[in-house]
Write a protein that binds this ligand. Structure first.
Ligand SMILES: Cc1cc2nc3c(=O)[nH]c(=O)nc-3n(C[C@H](O)[C@H](O)[C@H](O)COP(=O)(O)OP(=O)(O)OC[C@H]3O[C@@H](n4cnc5c(N)ncnc54)[C@H](O)[C@@H]3O)c2cc1C
Length: 329
């Protein structure tokens, strides 16, 4: 059934930039939507009304910003693939340390946060082994101290707090519902491998489009150039372990190690220690690394994800400094 046809439109004059310049509208509605505090609204609900708006203003308010962001971040300093616990931790450290860098986060899901909205078996609490409590202190997430580990009462409190901090950085843009479909490469031959490449950005598409390449043809993607990409796409799955699987198919990695059985004790240390630049221009962190190195599963303990993000940011800044010193792209 089609929606009802529009029956009444308030004519709105716009200037060349699409901004509403209809003075009449604001005069007629003066006094509406003027409450400055919630207290001023108390017991005034009969006369309550929102400030006036036209649908096109809503559209333009969104699209103008989104397309400006697409333009700004088409050349980024760093692209982070995946906004799970590791990707967000990386973005937090980088956004805080380097307000001069343009950082784009590409997240395939509509909801950022990856697997960090719940603990194990969909329980609420999130466990982090020390010294990951240092990260919680920095971000401002409260927890119960249980000696060698701490417990955040709900995993969502960690993810929501971290996400809010990351999104507030003016130099970080999250593009969600957007999938990385491929990596941009440039030749970087070495003596050992004349076919070696470096990663020079990402190829993106709306996730819903990326999911339909099998039944729709010719849906070309978009691109973001960046001298450094940090991949944190989680363990293998429909979208997971994306970059390292692509490195294998483009013969830049011989094979994946494959995530091994669960051993929290060794898995967490291994993920943090091995967070590194896998090929020039591509740092891998979080559970994606377990697929490269054949590390153990860690299960529902998230300290390694936060500290892998801290280390990924540290490695990224070192790589950027080194590339800039060489004057390279
Ligand atoms: C159902 C479930 C199963 C789990 N299984 C395990 C397990 O087997 N072993 C274990 O150690 N821990 C497991 N965990 C615990 C924990 O959730 C993960 O280890 C942790 O979330 C990994 O963090 P991450 O940041 O590395 O990746 P994730 O939290 O998985 O985040 C990765 C993010 O990257 C995004 N992404 C992926 N591909 C792309 C792409 N191409 N483009 C853009 N974005 C992309 C995803 O949408 C996701 O948001 C599981 C959790 C859940 C909820």
């Amino acid at each position: 059934m089609s929606p009802p046809a529009a029956t009444y439109d308030i004519p709105v004059a716009t200037n060349g930039n699409g901004l509403n310049v209809n003075k009449d509208l604001s005069v007629k509605t003066a006094g509406r939507g003027q409450a400055k505090t919630l207290a001023e609204m108390e017991n005034q609900w009969e006369s309550f009304t929102f400030a006036p708006i036209r649908e096109s203003q809503v559209s333009r308010a969104m699209t103008r910003r989104y397309f400006a962001d697409l333009d700004t971040y088409a050349e980024s300093d760093i692209v982070i693939i995946g906004a799970g616990s590791c990707g967000l931790s990386t973005a937090y450290m980088l956004g805080k340390a380097r307000p001069d860098l343009k950082i784009a986060i590409i997240e395939a899901g509509v909801a950022p946060g990856g697997g960090a909205w719940l603990g194990g078996q969909l329980f609420s609490a999130m466990v982090m082994r020390k010294p990951a409590d240092t990260f919680l202190n920095d971000v401002g997430v409260p927890y119960d101290d249980e000696g060698d580990f701490v417990v955040v009462k709900h995993a969502a409190l960690f993810t929501a707090t971290l996400l809010a901090k990351v999104l507030a950085f003016p130099n970080v843009k999250l593009f969600n519902a957007t999938a990385v479909e491929d990596l941009i490469t440039r030749p970087a031959p070495t003596q050992q491998d004349p076919k070696a490449v470096r990663i020079a950005g990402v190829v993106t598409n709306w996730t819903l489009v990326a999911m339909h390449h099998d039944d729709q043809s010719c849906m070309d993607p978009n691109t973001i150039n960046a001298p450094l990409v940090i991949s944190t796409t989680g363990h293998d799955g429909p979208f997971g372990a994306f970059s390292v699987k692509r490195l294998v198919s483009m013969q830049q990695l011989p094979a994946l190690g494959g995530m091994r059985g669960l051993d929290m004790r060794s898995a967490e240390d291994a993920i943090v220690k091995r967070t590194r630049e896998i090929v020039p221009g591509l740092i891998v962190g979080g559970m994606e690394l377990s697929e490269v190195d054949g590390a153990n599963r860690m299960g529902p303990t998230f300290g390694a994800m936060a500290l892998s993000g801290v280390k990924a940011a540290e490695v990224a800044l070192a790589v950027i400094e080194e590339r800039m010193a060489r004057g390279g792209e």
